[in-house]
Structure formats: structure tokens, C-alpha cells
Design a protein around this ligand. Structure first.
Ligand SMILES: Nc1nc2c(ncn2[C@@H]2O[C@H](COP(=O)(O)OP(=O)(O)O)[C@@H](O)[C@H]2O)c(=O)[nH]1
Ligand SMILES: [Mg+2]
Length: 308
């Protein structure tokens, strides 16, 4: 199986920090506050019907991007600092959507049956893996629905936010992407791992060594965070799919051994061809909040593996 290359050659737009964003943030907080005072109904144009159908609705445009620098470039952000909130845009399911939430654990569970306003749940997701495996590409694809053909040399940590709707709630994914040169990697790992609810351990399906190295990434991550949910993510499935069946089978078996040892889901993705990108984050969401997930599992050779 081979996939046509259809990626856009667009440049990543860096979101500028500063007054403009602070003002925008304040306006959005006001907007959210006013929304919180009314109970949304399916007819409410601001509350998509799909959200009421328990579909974790993913919308475009509700994101921001930041870049933390190495010590050489300036201070890195404190992941514990609260971030500006952005109101979710209208919900729409992406092509590879498929998860549904059965129930959302409410902080007021047992006291009221329905949440009154859009409580915001925060979810930090870290990304670890060798250079060039496709971490930045996956993050940008998920948050901005763009794919950069040209190599993106990441200096420092890139972090991006994406807000999704989940019934009356919003969930803010803050995604921390490990970047930097050889020596900078080690300094940044604690920032990526600290307080992460989930960590994506990413390897390139076309480079075996990157899977071997997951062991070391995992060991290091556990040193900084004992609580995260691990997910083993193979990248560049579009290229991998053209490999011989034997070669694919071998890699799948190898990856399953790692996933089993890590007690983690195994997910093959392609940022360039939008394969399992949305589904990956739906699985993160369902695992984190203990929600039922109806993303179809895939486990045959030739398929983009989805085992969770
Ligand atoms: N064919 C293919 N190439 C990809 C994919 N994801 C990333 N790449 C390419 O792999 C290279 C490294 O990607 P990048 O996101 O910068 O990797 P990082 O160093 O892990 O952040 C770039 O040339 C990307 O265009 C993918 O899904 N398919
Ligand atoms: Mg990168």
C-alpha cells in the first residue's frame, strides 16, 4: 500500500506573545464566564450538537504555540504557570475521528448531575523521541492541521495548545515537544515530563534504532514523572506501508514487545497523511479520563496499528 503525497508546503506561523495575546486572553475569559452563566442547549449556536452526543469535538483554530528556549536562548516556561485560555470554535470531527466519551468525571460528581458551565480540564502531553522522528510534525498536524515537508529544526521546546469541547466542558491539551540540539535535549526532558498526564514515546517506523532508543527515553521520563500514561507512537506510516510484508511484520512484533513492557497502547501514525493523528489524542483523552473509546482497533499487517 502506498499513499500519495499531498502535504502542503506551508511555513509554521509563530504566534507572537505580548499585549495582543493578553488582551485576547482577557476577552476570551470574559466570553467563557458569560457562557458559564447559561446552560447551553443543543440549539445554542455556540454549543455544537455533536458535543451533546458525547463526541470529543475537535475544532480548528483554537490553538496557540509557544517556544521555550534553552538556557542559551532565554528562560524556559514554567509548565505550572497558568496559560491564557481560548474559547473553542465550533466543533467538527476530523477525518480520522472516532472516540466517544461515555461519561466525564465531574469534580462535583454526586452533588449535581450536570455541570453548569464549561469547566476547563487541563491535559499536558509530552513528546519524547529521537531527533527527526516527527515529533514537531505530529504536534503541528494535530493543533494546526498543517504538515511541513521541510525539516523543522526545533530549538528548545515547542509547546502548543489546543482546546477541544467535550460536552459542556473544554479540555485544553498543552503539548510539549522536545527539541534542541544534542546537548540541549537532556536539559529539556524534565520540562517535557513534569506534570505530564501522558507522554508520547515516538519512534520512526522506518528507522529501527529509534525504537531501540525508546527504552532510554522511557527510563529517563520515569525518573521525572511516575504518574504519566505512556503511549508508544510509530511515525511515518505512509512510508512504512510500502515496506515488504516481512519487514512490516518484524517491526510490528518488535514494537509490540516494547508496548507490552511499557504497558502502553501502540499507535502508528502519519502526520503527512493524517493517519491516526486525531485518534491518538482521543485515546489520550479516553485513557486519562477513563472514558469509553470507540476508536476502532487495528492490528493487521498493512494497517496503521491501533492497539490500546
Ligand atoms: N513521510 C513522512 N515524513 C514525515 C512525517 N512526519 C515527519 N516527517 C518528516 O520527518 C522529518 C523530521 O520531522 P520533525 O517533525 O522535524 O521531527 P522531530 O525532530 O522529531 O521534531 C521532516 O523532514 C518531516 O517532514 C510523516 O508522517 N511522513
Ligand atoms: Mg522537532
Amino acid at each position: 500500500m502506498s499513499y500519495p503525497r499531498t502535504a502542503n508546503k506551508t511555513q509554521i506561523r509563530q504566534h507572537e506573545a505580548g499585549e495582543k495575546h493578553i488582551e485576547a486572553g482577557k476577552a476570551l475569559v470574559r466570553q467563557l464566564s458569560s457562557k458559564a452563566s447559561t446552560t447551553p442547549t443543543p440549539g445554542d449556536s455556540k454549543m455544537p450538537a455533536s458535543a451533546h452526543a458525547y463526541s470529543p469535538a475537535v475544532q480548528a483554530g483554537s490553538n496557540s504555540r509557544g517556544q521555550a528556549s534553552s538556557s542559551r536562548q532565554g528562560p524556559a516556561p514554567d509548565p505550572k504557570q497558568p496559560k491564557q485560555q481560548k474559547a473553542p470554535a465550533s466543533a467538527e470531527n476530523q477525518p480520522d475521528a472516532g472516540a466517544s466519551a461515555q461519561a466525564v468525571p465531574s469534580p462535583l460528581a454526586g452533588r449535581i448531575s450536570r455541570p453548569r458551565g464549561p469547566a476547563n480540564l487541563q491535559l499536558k502531553v509530552g513528546m519524547l523521541g529521537d531527533s527527526h522522528v516527527g515529533k514537531t510534525s505530529l504536534m503541528v498536524k494535530y493543533v494546526e492541521n498543517k504538515f511541513e515537508e521541510d525539516y523543522i529544526q526545533t530549538l528548545g521546546i515547542n509547546f502548543m495548545e489546543k482546546i477541544i469541547s467535550l460536552r459542556e466542558r473544554t479540555v485544553t491539551f498543552t503539548i510539549f515537544d522536545l527539541g534542541g540540539g544534542e546537548n540541549e535535549f537532556n536539559q529539556m526532558i524534565p520540562l517535557v515530563c513534569a506534570d505530564a498526564a501522558a507522554i508520547l514515546f515516538m519512534f520512526d517506523l522506518t528507522r529501527r534504532i529509534t525504537l531501540q532508543n525508546i527504552k532510554e527515553w522511557y527510563r529517563q521520563a520515569r525518573g521525572f514523572n511516575q504518574m504519566f500514561i505512556p503511549l508508544l507512537v510509530g511515525t511515518k506510516f505512509d512510508v512504512f506501508a510500502s515496506f515488504s510484508v516481512d519487514k512490516q511484520r518484524e517491526t510490528i512484533a518488535h514494537a509490540r514487545t516494547f508496548a507490552k513492557a511499557m504497558k502502553s497502547p501502540l499507535i502508528f501514525t502519519s502526520a503527512s497523511h493524517s493517519i491516526n493523528v486525531q485518534k491518538l489524542f482521543k485515546i489520550v483523552l479516553s485513557q486519562r479520563f477513563g472514558l469509553r473509546c470507540n476508536v476502532p482497533r487495528m492490528s493487521k499487517v498493512g494497517e496503521p496499528i491501533l492497539e490500546y
